[in-house]
Design a protein around this ligand. Structure first.
Ligand code: MV4
Length: 461
Protein backbone atom coordinates (compact mmCIF):
# COMPACT_ATOMS: atom_id res chain seq x y z
CA UNK A 1 0.00 0.00 0.00
CA UNK A 2 1.15 3.55 -0.71
CA UNK A 3 2.44 5.32 2.40
CA UNK A 4 2.35 9.02 1.61
CA UNK A 5 0.29 10.90 -0.97
CA UNK A 6 0.54 14.47 -2.25
CA UNK A 7 -2.85 15.95 -3.13
CA UNK A 8 -2.32 18.21 -6.15
CA UNK A 9 -5.61 20.06 -5.79
CA UNK A 10 -7.67 22.35 -3.58
CA UNK A 11 -11.23 22.77 -2.31
CA UNK A 12 -13.65 19.97 -1.64
CA UNK A 13 -11.83 17.35 -3.71
CA UNK A 14 -8.57 17.88 -1.80
CA UNK A 15 -10.55 17.35 1.38
CA UNK A 16 -12.27 14.27 -0.06
CA UNK A 17 -8.93 12.66 -0.97
CA UNK A 18 -7.40 13.46 2.44
CA UNK A 19 -10.41 11.83 4.12
CA UNK A 20 -9.90 8.63 2.12
CA UNK A 21 -6.17 8.60 2.89
CA UNK A 22 -6.79 9.04 6.58
CA UNK A 23 -9.15 6.08 6.68
CA UNK A 24 -6.57 4.00 4.81
CA UNK A 25 -3.80 5.04 7.21
CA UNK A 26 -1.91 6.94 4.51
CA UNK A 27 0.05 10.12 5.25
CA UNK A 28 -1.02 13.22 3.34
CA UNK A 29 0.73 16.28 1.97
CA UNK A 30 -1.37 19.23 0.85
CA UNK A 31 -0.10 21.86 -1.56
CA UNK A 32 -1.66 25.31 -1.67
CA UNK A 33 -1.50 28.68 -3.31
CA UNK A 34 -1.11 31.95 -1.41
CA UNK A 35 -4.89 32.45 -1.72
CA UNK A 36 -5.59 29.13 0.00
CA UNK A 37 -3.55 29.54 3.16
CA UNK A 38 -6.75 29.52 5.24
CA UNK A 39 -8.20 26.56 3.36
CA UNK A 40 -9.26 23.56 5.34
CA UNK A 41 -7.31 21.11 3.16
CA UNK A 42 -4.08 22.65 4.51
CA UNK A 43 -5.33 22.31 8.08
CA UNK A 44 -6.40 18.70 7.98
CA UNK A 45 -3.54 17.27 5.91
CA UNK A 46 -0.55 15.98 7.86
CA UNK A 47 1.63 18.57 6.16
CA UNK A 48 1.24 21.41 3.66
CA UNK A 49 3.57 23.21 1.25
CA UNK A 50 2.91 26.52 -0.50
CA UNK A 51 3.52 26.21 -4.25
CA UNK A 52 3.00 29.76 -5.44
CA UNK A 53 0.82 32.76 -6.03
CA UNK A 54 -2.96 32.77 -6.19
CA UNK A 55 -3.59 32.34 -9.95
CA UNK A 56 -3.72 28.62 -10.79
CA UNK A 57 -1.15 29.17 -13.56
CA UNK A 58 1.25 30.19 -10.80
CA UNK A 59 0.44 27.31 -8.45
CA UNK A 60 -1.93 24.37 -9.03
CA UNK A 61 -0.89 24.14 -12.70
CA UNK A 62 2.85 24.32 -12.01
CA UNK A 63 3.94 20.72 -12.55
CA UNK A 64 7.58 21.36 -11.63
CA UNK A 65 6.73 22.96 -8.28
CA UNK A 66 4.36 20.15 -7.38
CA UNK A 67 7.00 17.58 -8.29
CA UNK A 68 9.59 19.47 -6.23
CA UNK A 69 7.25 19.39 -3.23
CA UNK A 70 6.70 15.68 -3.84
CA UNK A 71 10.43 14.94 -3.89
CA UNK A 72 11.14 17.18 -0.91
CA UNK A 73 8.51 15.46 1.21
CA UNK A 74 9.33 12.03 -0.13
CA UNK A 75 5.78 11.07 -1.14
CA UNK A 76 5.24 7.93 -3.16
CA UNK A 77 2.16 9.04 -5.07
CA UNK A 78 0.24 12.09 -6.31
CA UNK A 79 -3.55 12.31 -6.44
CA UNK A 80 -4.49 14.97 -9.01
CA UNK A 81 -8.22 15.26 -8.18
CA UNK A 82 -10.22 16.78 -11.10
CA UNK A 83 -9.39 19.81 -13.23
CA UNK A 84 -5.89 21.36 -12.99
CA UNK A 85 -3.29 18.67 -13.93
CA UNK A 86 -5.62 15.68 -13.66
CA UNK A 87 -5.78 15.01 -17.42
CA UNK A 88 -2.38 16.37 -18.33
CA UNK A 89 -0.47 13.52 -20.00
CA UNK A 90 2.86 15.37 -19.72
CA UNK A 91 2.43 15.72 -15.96
CA UNK A 92 1.52 12.03 -15.59
CA UNK A 93 4.59 11.18 -17.65
CA UNK A 94 6.82 13.38 -15.46
CA UNK A 95 5.47 11.61 -12.39
CA UNK A 96 6.21 8.25 -14.01
CA UNK A 97 9.79 9.27 -14.80
CA UNK A 98 10.33 10.55 -11.21
CA UNK A 99 9.08 7.22 -9.91
CA UNK A 100 6.14 8.87 -8.23
CA UNK A 101 2.88 7.02 -8.80
CA UNK A 102 0.30 9.17 -10.61
CA UNK A 103 -3.07 8.04 -9.24
CA UNK A 104 -4.88 7.54 -12.52
CA UNK A 105 -4.31 5.80 -15.83
CA UNK A 106 -0.97 5.75 -17.68
CA UNK A 107 0.24 8.89 -19.45
CA UNK A 108 -0.22 6.97 -22.70
CA UNK A 109 -3.91 6.35 -22.03
CA UNK A 110 -4.44 9.97 -20.95
CA UNK A 111 -2.77 11.19 -24.15
CA UNK A 112 -4.80 8.86 -26.35
CA UNK A 113 -8.14 9.74 -24.74
CA UNK A 114 -7.23 13.44 -24.76
CA UNK A 115 -7.21 13.23 -28.55
CA UNK A 116 -10.97 13.05 -28.98
CA UNK A 117 -10.76 11.81 -32.59
CA UNK A 118 -8.31 9.05 -31.64
CA UNK A 119 -10.54 8.11 -28.70
CA UNK A 120 -13.42 7.65 -31.18
CA UNK A 121 -11.33 5.41 -33.43
CA UNK A 122 -10.02 3.42 -30.47
CA UNK A 123 -13.44 2.52 -29.08
CA UNK A 124 -14.82 1.98 -32.58
CA UNK A 125 -12.26 -0.79 -33.10
CA UNK A 126 -13.78 -2.49 -30.05
CA UNK A 127 -17.26 -2.23 -31.68
CA UNK A 128 -18.50 0.43 -29.27
CA UNK A 129 -21.14 2.53 -31.09
CA UNK A 130 -19.93 5.99 -32.12
CA UNK A 131 -21.83 8.80 -33.83
CA UNK A 132 -21.55 8.74 -37.64
CA UNK A 133 -18.77 11.14 -38.59
CA UNK A 134 -15.26 11.62 -39.86
CA UNK A 135 -12.59 8.99 -39.50
CA UNK A 136 -10.10 10.88 -37.38
CA UNK A 137 -9.35 14.55 -37.83
CA UNK A 138 -10.27 16.31 -41.04
CA UNK A 139 -8.44 19.41 -42.28
CA UNK A 140 -9.41 19.90 -45.92
CA UNK A 141 -12.51 22.13 -46.12
CA UNK A 142 -13.80 20.65 -49.41
CA UNK A 143 -13.41 17.12 -48.14
CA UNK A 144 -15.08 18.13 -44.88
CA UNK A 145 -18.06 19.66 -46.69
CA UNK A 146 -18.45 16.56 -48.85
CA UNK A 147 -18.46 14.39 -45.74
CA UNK A 148 -20.90 16.70 -43.92
CA UNK A 149 -23.34 16.34 -46.84
CA UNK A 150 -22.97 12.57 -46.74
CA UNK A 151 -23.61 12.49 -42.99
CA UNK A 152 -26.57 14.85 -43.41
CA UNK A 153 -27.17 18.16 -41.60
CA UNK A 154 -27.10 19.22 -38.85
CA UNK A 155 -23.51 18.24 -38.07
CA UNK A 156 -21.26 19.23 -35.20
CA UNK A 157 -17.61 20.22 -35.56
CA UNK A 158 -15.49 19.38 -32.51
CA UNK A 159 -11.90 20.18 -31.58
CA UNK A 160 -9.68 17.09 -31.39
CA UNK A 161 -7.99 18.62 -28.32
CA UNK A 162 -11.26 19.92 -26.86
CA UNK A 163 -13.73 17.99 -24.79
CA UNK A 164 -16.29 18.86 -22.16
CA UNK A 165 -18.10 21.06 -24.65
CA UNK A 166 -15.19 23.38 -25.40
CA UNK A 167 -14.56 24.17 -29.04
CA UNK A 168 -17.74 22.88 -30.64
CA UNK A 169 -19.76 24.42 -33.52
CA UNK A 170 -23.03 23.21 -35.03
CA UNK A 171 -23.88 23.66 -38.73
CA UNK A 172 -27.40 23.27 -40.12
CA UNK A 173 -26.60 23.61 -43.84
CA UNK A 174 -23.75 23.69 -46.33
CA UNK A 175 -23.33 27.48 -46.29
CA UNK A 176 -23.15 27.61 -42.51
CA UNK A 177 -20.84 24.60 -42.51
CA UNK A 178 -18.12 26.33 -44.55
CA UNK A 179 -18.18 29.29 -42.16
CA UNK A 180 -18.35 27.19 -38.96
CA UNK A 181 -15.60 24.84 -40.12
CA UNK A 182 -13.16 27.75 -40.47
CA UNK A 183 -14.30 29.30 -37.16
CA UNK A 184 -13.98 25.98 -35.34
CA UNK A 185 -10.43 25.48 -36.62
CA UNK A 186 -9.39 29.03 -35.71
CA UNK A 187 -10.94 28.74 -32.23
CA UNK A 188 -9.32 25.36 -31.65
CA UNK A 189 -5.91 26.73 -32.65
CA UNK A 190 -6.37 29.65 -30.27
CA UNK A 191 -7.74 27.64 -27.32
CA UNK A 192 -5.63 24.46 -27.56
CA UNK A 193 -2.76 25.33 -29.89
CA UNK A 194 -4.13 22.62 -32.19
CA UNK A 195 -6.48 23.45 -35.07
CA UNK A 196 -7.48 19.81 -35.67
CA UNK A 197 -11.22 19.13 -35.73
CA UNK A 198 -13.49 16.19 -36.49
CA UNK A 199 -17.13 16.06 -37.41
CA UNK A 200 -20.16 14.12 -36.25
CA UNK A 201 -23.86 14.01 -36.97
CA UNK A 202 -25.50 16.42 -34.50
CA UNK A 203 -27.88 14.66 -32.13
CA UNK A 204 -30.77 16.90 -31.10
CA UNK A 205 -31.73 17.08 -27.43
CA UNK A 206 -29.75 14.08 -26.21
CA UNK A 207 -29.39 12.86 -22.69
CA UNK A 208 -25.90 12.85 -21.25
CA UNK A 209 -25.37 9.51 -19.53
CA UNK A 210 -21.95 8.44 -18.31
CA UNK A 211 -20.70 5.15 -16.89
CA UNK A 212 -18.25 4.87 -14.04
CA UNK A 213 -15.64 2.24 -14.63
CA UNK A 214 -12.93 0.77 -12.41
CA UNK A 215 -9.93 -1.08 -13.80
CA UNK A 216 -7.14 -2.65 -11.78
CA UNK A 217 -3.53 -3.11 -12.89
CA UNK A 218 -4.09 -6.82 -13.52
CA UNK A 219 -6.43 -6.36 -16.47
CA UNK A 220 -9.80 -6.55 -14.75
CA UNK A 221 -12.44 -3.95 -15.71
CA UNK A 222 -15.91 -3.47 -14.24
CA UNK A 223 -18.53 -0.73 -14.41
CA UNK A 224 -20.50 0.77 -11.53
CA UNK A 225 -23.56 1.84 -13.45
CA UNK A 226 -24.41 5.25 -14.80
CA UNK A 227 -24.91 8.86 -13.84
CA UNK A 228 -27.42 11.04 -15.65
CA UNK A 229 -25.87 14.49 -16.11
CA UNK A 230 -28.35 15.99 -18.53
CA UNK A 231 -29.07 19.01 -16.31
CA UNK A 232 -26.27 21.32 -17.40
CA UNK A 233 -25.84 25.03 -18.05
CA UNK A 234 -23.21 26.01 -20.60
CA UNK A 235 -21.50 22.63 -20.24
CA UNK A 236 -21.34 23.01 -16.46
CA UNK A 237 -23.27 20.24 -14.79
CA UNK A 238 -25.82 21.44 -12.24
CA UNK A 239 -27.54 18.24 -11.10
CA UNK A 240 -26.24 14.70 -11.44
CA UNK A 241 -28.03 11.56 -10.41
CA UNK A 242 -27.72 7.82 -10.23
CA UNK A 243 -29.34 5.78 -11.55
CA UNK A 244 -30.70 7.58 -14.64
CA UNK A 245 -34.51 7.87 -14.55
CA UNK A 246 -34.43 7.22 -18.31
CA UNK A 247 -32.61 3.87 -18.65
CA UNK A 248 -34.33 0.50 -18.75
CA UNK A 249 -32.54 -2.44 -17.14
CA UNK A 250 -31.79 -3.78 -20.62
CA UNK A 251 -30.34 -0.50 -21.92
CA UNK A 252 -28.25 -0.19 -18.74
CA UNK A 253 -26.79 -3.67 -19.27
CA UNK A 254 -25.95 -2.99 -22.92
CA UNK A 255 -24.39 0.41 -22.21
CA UNK A 256 -22.44 -0.96 -19.26
CA UNK A 257 -20.99 -3.72 -21.43
CA UNK A 258 -19.91 -1.13 -24.00
CA UNK A 259 -18.36 1.08 -21.32
CA UNK A 260 -16.22 -1.85 -20.19
CA UNK A 261 -15.21 -2.59 -23.80
CA UNK A 262 -14.23 1.05 -24.33
CA UNK A 263 -12.04 1.00 -21.21
CA UNK A 264 -10.42 -2.27 -22.27
CA UNK A 265 -9.67 -0.84 -25.72
CA UNK A 266 -7.87 2.08 -24.02
CA UNK A 267 -5.86 -0.30 -21.80
CA UNK A 268 -7.44 1.63 -18.97
CA UNK A 269 -6.27 1.51 -15.35
CA UNK A 270 -7.85 3.12 -12.28
CA UNK A 271 -11.20 5.01 -12.17
CA UNK A 272 -12.59 6.52 -15.34
CA UNK A 273 -15.78 7.64 -17.02
CA UNK A 274 -17.23 6.76 -20.39
CA UNK A 275 -19.59 9.46 -21.66
CA UNK A 276 -22.48 8.57 -23.92
CA UNK A 277 -25.20 10.55 -25.62
CA UNK A 278 -28.57 8.82 -25.68
CA UNK A 279 -31.15 9.93 -28.24
CA UNK A 280 -34.95 9.87 -28.01
CA UNK A 281 -35.11 6.34 -29.43
CA UNK A 282 -32.78 5.03 -26.76
CA UNK A 283 -29.90 4.67 -29.23
CA UNK A 284 -26.62 5.42 -27.50
CA UNK A 285 -23.21 6.56 -28.70
CA UNK A 286 -19.79 6.99 -27.14
CA UNK A 287 -18.62 10.62 -27.14
CA UNK A 288 -15.65 10.94 -24.79
CA UNK A 289 -13.75 9.26 -22.05
CA UNK A 290 -12.70 11.19 -18.92
CA UNK A 291 -9.50 9.86 -17.43
CA UNK A 292 -9.96 11.33 -13.94
CA UNK A 293 -12.18 11.06 -10.89
CA UNK A 294 -15.18 13.29 -11.58
CA UNK A 295 -16.92 15.93 -9.50
CA UNK A 296 -20.11 13.83 -9.47
CA UNK A 297 -18.50 10.58 -8.24
CA UNK A 298 -20.41 10.62 -4.88
CA UNK A 299 -23.76 9.65 -6.43
CA UNK A 300 -22.15 6.44 -7.69
CA UNK A 301 -20.55 5.83 -4.28
CA UNK A 302 -23.94 6.07 -2.62
CA UNK A 303 -25.88 3.73 -4.91
CA UNK A 304 -23.07 1.14 -5.06
CA UNK A 305 -21.64 1.45 -1.55
CA UNK A 306 -18.13 1.63 -3.06
CA UNK A 307 -15.66 4.34 -2.01
CA UNK A 308 -14.18 5.41 -5.34
CA UNK A 309 -11.27 7.38 -3.93
CA UNK A 310 -10.17 4.46 -1.78
CA UNK A 311 -10.49 2.21 -4.82
CA UNK A 312 -8.30 4.60 -6.83
CA UNK A 313 -5.61 4.42 -4.16
CA UNK A 314 -5.83 0.66 -3.77
CA UNK A 315 -5.63 0.17 -7.54
CA UNK A 316 -2.61 2.51 -7.72
CA UNK A 317 -1.03 0.40 -4.96
CA UNK A 318 -1.31 -2.61 -7.26
CA UNK A 319 -4.11 -4.33 -5.38
CA UNK A 320 -6.63 -6.39 -7.33
CA UNK A 321 -10.13 -4.92 -7.72
CA UNK A 322 -11.66 -7.49 -5.44
CA UNK A 323 -15.17 -7.04 -6.87
CA UNK A 324 -16.83 -9.00 -9.65
CA UNK A 325 -19.24 -7.29 -12.04
CA UNK A 326 -22.08 -9.46 -10.76
CA UNK A 327 -21.44 -8.30 -7.19
CA UNK A 328 -22.10 -4.68 -8.16
CA UNK A 329 -25.64 -3.87 -7.07
CA UNK A 330 -27.30 -0.51 -7.61
CA UNK A 331 -29.66 0.27 -4.77
CA UNK A 332 -31.68 3.37 -4.03
CA UNK A 333 -31.24 6.73 -5.69
CA UNK A 334 -28.80 9.62 -5.20
CA UNK A 335 -28.86 13.19 -6.52
CA UNK A 336 -26.07 15.75 -6.34
CA UNK A 337 -26.23 19.47 -6.91
CA UNK A 338 -23.30 21.80 -7.16
CA UNK A 339 -23.38 24.73 -4.76
CA UNK A 340 -21.65 27.70 -6.37
CA UNK A 341 -20.67 31.18 -5.25
CA UNK A 342 -22.47 32.97 -8.06
CA UNK A 343 -25.51 35.14 -8.66
CA UNK A 344 -28.18 33.43 -10.76
CA UNK A 345 -30.16 36.68 -11.07
CA UNK A 346 -27.12 38.34 -12.69
CA UNK A 347 -26.45 35.73 -15.31
CA UNK A 348 -24.57 33.54 -12.82
CA UNK A 349 -21.78 36.07 -12.30
CA UNK A 350 -19.16 34.85 -9.80
CA UNK A 351 -19.76 36.06 -6.24
CA UNK A 352 -16.54 35.68 -4.26
CA UNK A 353 -16.13 37.14 -0.76
CA UNK A 354 -16.21 36.18 2.89
CA UNK A 355 -18.89 33.75 4.06
CA UNK A 356 -20.14 35.47 7.21
CA UNK A 357 -22.82 32.95 8.11
CA UNK A 358 -22.74 29.25 7.44
CA UNK A 359 -25.29 26.70 8.50
CA UNK A 360 -25.07 23.42 6.54
CA UNK A 361 -28.02 21.03 6.18
CA UNK A 362 -28.05 17.69 7.97
CA UNK A 363 -30.35 14.89 8.98
CA UNK A 364 -31.55 11.83 7.05
CA UNK A 365 -30.48 11.22 3.48
CA UNK A 366 -27.80 13.90 3.25
CA UNK A 367 -24.11 14.00 2.37
CA UNK A 368 -22.30 17.30 2.04
CA UNK A 369 -18.82 17.45 0.49
CA UNK A 370 -17.57 20.96 1.11
CA UNK A 371 -14.47 22.76 2.32
CA UNK A 372 -16.10 26.03 3.40
CA UNK A 373 -17.05 27.37 6.84
CA UNK A 374 -18.16 30.55 8.58
CA UNK A 375 -15.47 33.17 8.01
CA UNK A 376 -14.05 31.44 4.91
CA UNK A 377 -13.06 33.85 2.14
CA UNK A 378 -14.15 32.43 -1.25
CA UNK A 379 -11.24 33.43 -3.50
CA UNK A 380 -11.97 34.96 -6.91
CA UNK A 381 -9.24 32.93 -8.65
CA UNK A 382 -10.77 29.50 -9.06
CA UNK A 383 -13.92 27.63 -9.97
CA UNK A 384 -16.93 29.02 -8.10
CA UNK A 385 -18.04 25.65 -6.69
CA UNK A 386 -18.05 25.76 -2.88
CA UNK A 387 -19.55 22.36 -2.24
CA UNK A 388 -21.65 19.46 -3.39
CA UNK A 389 -24.92 18.62 -1.73
CA UNK A 390 -25.85 14.99 -2.23
CA UNK A 391 -29.11 13.47 -1.07
CA UNK A 392 -30.29 9.89 -1.27
CA UNK A 393 -33.20 7.64 -0.53
CA UNK A 394 -34.82 4.38 -1.50
CA UNK A 395 -36.47 6.09 -4.47
CA UNK A 396 -35.89 9.15 -6.67
CA UNK A 397 -38.87 10.87 -5.05
CA UNK A 398 -37.33 10.39 -1.62
CA UNK A 399 -33.96 11.79 -2.77
CA UNK A 400 -35.79 14.82 -4.23
CA UNK A 401 -37.75 15.30 -1.01
CA UNK A 402 -34.50 15.40 0.98
CA UNK A 403 -32.90 17.75 -1.57
CA UNK A 404 -35.79 20.18 -1.41
CA UNK A 405 -35.62 20.24 2.37
CA UNK A 406 -31.80 20.42 2.53
CA UNK A 407 -31.66 23.37 0.12
CA UNK A 408 -34.15 25.26 2.33
CA UNK A 409 -32.06 24.51 5.43
CA UNK A 410 -28.75 25.52 3.87
CA UNK A 411 -27.88 29.03 5.03
CA UNK A 412 -24.94 30.84 3.46
CA UNK A 413 -24.49 34.55 4.12
CA UNK A 414 -22.09 37.20 2.88
CA UNK A 415 -21.94 35.95 -0.72
CA UNK A 416 -24.54 35.07 -3.34
CA UNK A 417 -25.05 31.42 -4.18
CA UNK A 418 -26.99 29.46 -6.78
CA UNK A 419 -29.17 27.87 -4.06
CA UNK A 420 -32.36 29.73 -5.16
CA UNK A 421 -31.79 28.45 -8.73
CA UNK A 422 -31.30 24.89 -7.47
CA UNK A 423 -34.48 25.20 -5.38
CA UNK A 424 -36.44 26.36 -8.42
CA UNK A 425 -35.21 23.37 -10.41
CA UNK A 426 -36.03 20.74 -7.75
CA UNK A 427 -39.54 22.18 -7.60
CA UNK A 428 -39.98 22.13 -11.38
CA UNK A 429 -42.40 19.45 -12.69
CA UNK A 430 -40.18 18.69 -15.71
CA UNK A 431 -37.27 17.85 -13.40
CA UNK A 432 -39.51 15.97 -10.96
CA UNK A 433 -40.74 13.77 -13.78
CA UNK A 434 -37.19 13.11 -14.93
CA UNK A 435 -37.93 14.56 -18.38
CA UNK A 436 -34.63 16.40 -18.70
CA UNK A 437 -32.41 16.55 -21.76
CA UNK A 438 -29.28 18.67 -22.29
CA UNK A 439 -31.60 21.49 -23.46
CA UNK A 440 -33.49 21.53 -20.16
CA UNK A 441 -31.75 24.37 -18.25
CA UNK A 442 -31.93 26.71 -21.24
CA UNK A 443 -35.65 26.01 -21.59
CA UNK A 444 -36.18 26.36 -17.82
CA UNK A 445 -34.40 29.74 -17.70
CA UNK A 446 -36.39 31.01 -20.68
CA UNK A 447 -39.69 30.52 -18.80
CA UNK A 448 -38.53 31.49 -15.29
CA UNK A 449 -38.52 35.12 -14.05
CA UNK A 450 -35.10 36.20 -12.81
CA UNK A 451 -36.31 37.33 -9.39
CA UNK A 452 -37.25 33.73 -8.61
CA UNK A 453 -33.58 32.85 -8.91
CA UNK A 454 -32.19 35.19 -6.28
CA UNK A 455 -32.44 35.23 -2.51
CA UNK A 456 -33.43 38.86 -2.44
CA UNK A 457 -36.92 40.13 -3.23
CA UNK A 458 -37.78 41.57 -6.65
CA UNK A 459 -36.94 45.21 -7.13
CA UNK A 460 -40.30 46.99 -6.97
CA UNK A 461 -39.15 50.30 -8.44
C1 MV4 B 1 -22.67 16.33 -29.15
C2 MV4 B 1 -23.99 16.83 -29.12
C3 MV4 B 1 -24.82 16.49 -30.16
N1 MV4 B 1 -24.38 15.72 -31.16
N2 MV4 B 1 -22.27 15.57 -30.17
C4 MV4 B 1 -21.05 18.66 -25.29
C5 MV4 B 1 -20.03 18.20 -24.31
C6 MV4 B 1 -19.19 17.25 -25.04
N3 MV4 B 1 -18.73 16.22 -24.15
C7 MV4 B 1 -20.04 16.73 -26.13
N4 MV4 B 1 -21.17 17.60 -26.23
C8 MV4 B 1 -22.13 17.39 -27.14
N5 MV4 B 1 -21.79 16.60 -28.19
C9 MV4 B 1 -23.11 15.28 -31.14
N6 MV4 B 1 -22.69 14.54 -32.16
C10 MV4 B 1 -24.37 17.63 -28.05
C11 MV4 B 1 -23.44 17.93 -27.06
C12 MV4 B 1 -23.93 18.79 -26.04
C13 MV4 B 1 -24.04 18.37 -24.75
C14 MV4 B 1 -23.62 17.11 -24.38
C15 MV4 B 1 -23.74 16.69 -23.08
C16 MV4 B 1 -24.27 17.55 -22.16
C17 MV4 B 1 -24.69 18.82 -22.49
C18 MV4 B 1 -24.57 19.24 -23.79
C19 MV4 B 1 -24.99 20.52 -24.11
C20 MV4 B 1 -24.88 20.92 -25.40
C21 MV4 B 1 -24.34 20.07 -26.36
Amino acid sequence: MLKKILIANRGEIALRVIRACRELGIETLAVYSEADEQSIHCQIADDAICIGAAPSGESYLKADRILSAAELANVDAIHPGYGFLSENADFAEQCESCNIKFIGPSSQTIRMMGDKALARETVKSAKVPIIPGSEGAISDDKEALKLAKEIGFPVIIKAVSGGGGRGMRVAHNAVAFQREFETARAEAEKAFGDASVYIEKFIQEPRHIEFQILADEHGKVIHLGERDCSVQRRHQKVFEEAPSPFLSADLRRRMGRMAVKAAEAANYKNAGTIEFLVDKNGDFFFIEMNTRIQVEHPVTEIVTGIDLIKKQIQIASGEPLGIEQKQVKISGHAIECRICAEDPSRNFAPSPGVIDLYYPPGGPGIRLDSHVYSGYPVPPYYDSMIGKLITYGATRDEAILHMNRALKEYLIGGINTNIPFLQAIVSDPVFRQGQTTTRYVEEFLARTPRYLLSASQPDKS
